[in-house]
Design a protein. Sequence first.
Length: 166
Amino acid sequence: MLIRSDKLRIHADSCEHMNKIKGNLITFAMGRNAQVIVHGCNCFNTWGAGLARQMRQQFPDAYAADLATLRGDSAKLGTYSWARCPVPGGSVVVVNAYTQYRYGRDRRHADYDAIGSVFTSIASHFGQYSIAYPMIGAGLAGGEWSIIEPIIDGALSGCDHTLIFQ
């Protein structure tokens, strides 16, 4: 299902597949269109580029949750930290999904196994809520979306989940 509006809230009674909305994850979250948003993080607490930089500015409590984890700890791969962050008229849970060990543009840093593990955990802990996320692992992390999409879709099967893409 493809919907071109970042103002529209998706409520599927038995959503079995990824909803897709063209827009911006932060704008989507600020409009309270999802109860949980997920973004990919490296294990070095570095939020200096791409969506992470924007997330750091908009959701400092989520950044603080990441800083509370051990910098450079490879055991974080496939896990997450989270924070409840204020948005106009309410709050959103921001999940920092550790989907890559390092960062950089020199090679693929997205870890497909970590993506599968973390989204399986997210489904277990947050599956009763509406979940939104960008094309995690397919931007600066260098992963192939054609590989990542079915991993996320499978892990969140049965959940109300939405890809927010540019």
